[in-house]
Design a protein around this ligand. Sequence first.
Ligand code: PMT
Length: 402
Amino acid sequence: MQGKRVLLIVSGGIAAIKIPETIRRIRELGGAVRCVLTRGGEQFVTPLSLSALSEDKVYTDLFSLTDEHEMGHINLSRDADVIMIAPASADLMAKMAAGLAGDLATTVLLATDKPVICAPAMNVRMWEHAATQANVATLKKRGIIFVGPTEGDMACGEFGMGRMAEPADLVAALQTFFAAQPGPLAGRHAVVTSGPTHEPIDPVRYIANRSSGKQGHAIAAALAALGCRTTLVSGPTQLADPAGCDVVRIESARDMLAAVEAALPADIAVCAAAVADWRSADAADKKIKKQAGDDAPALNMVENPDILATLSVAGNKRPALVVGFAAETHDVLDNAHAKRERKGCDWIVANDVSPETGTFAGDDNTVHLITAAGTEDWPRMSKTGVADQLAQRIAQHFEAAE
Ligand code: PMT
């Protein structure tokens, strides 16, 4: 972030109260922030507080003679390396999608040729509304990078998707963006699977596992940070979408396979998802009712498709490098070696998921990288550290092959 200039557009929403902390963090990392505050944004955070933290003027008015004289709305974006909109209200995103330019923020956004990172924040129903989703799709198609929203309790008392990403996530998105300009994996495409799958028993019950998605999401972010176009196919998680990745959300193993196959061709596949090995053969389409005196229903299980094994034999669509994970509770290395052979992947990352290791859902991991050349024991480190090291190894692999 050292020396990077961020133009931060702050629109109306309670999440604007997270912006002073975001500015503080960007500046701590050596970045410069200049703010544009909309009329709505001014209801939640004052120009004075943003100005004090950014140590710069805060711009609010399209028709301010002083501002136009000193800077000019075109120069606001010309002077920036990136524009971040946080919070991005439903209204602002709709105006962007429609190409409206009725105030300073929308005029800057219509006039800019700089990359834009958008952090939406709104009520869950507004986020889920078809109009908002269509606007998001339009903006993504135009190359706007999205960070969040996430799921959680909302200021309006509801629960769901629509909370703005936290200041740490906004800063991480900026770091990812700057790190990816351009990287050793530029021009390559990676497909990463992450999180658990949910296998329905009936419309209200499902079989799942303890994966949080932290490891897989970190790998997707690390690959994107090296300039790789990254498609993340994720099962249900509570995590924000990693910045700079195309994210496809799915529920079941069969959905995951379809999404992975749709994302091909790819140079790299990393299967970090904890895919359910089995599903109920005959998931009921109505809730299975419990009647007094009934025996517990028996589940008739069938095997799910194996995504890693399918990718490893995908003929001319096989990614050049297929990396699997092995989640083991005992005989970790022996089982992982056997899994690599059986599934036909190039590398396998073995990790111990016994309850005492805290690997599932924890922030740290201890892994062993198994390749045709042998086994490397990596020290215990954060899942982000594992992801960064794995992404670096993948980049070296392609550099060596060139
Ligand atoms: O999500 P976190 O809480 O951060 O936890 C991270 C993790 C422990 C889930 C991750 O590090 C990990 O080990 N992921 C693989 C989990 C798993 O399902 O392992 P497995 O040994 O059962 O499967 C072996 C490989 O086959 C994996 O790459 C898996 O994605 C793949 N697989 C398995 C079954 C299936 N039907 N399709 C698959 O692709």
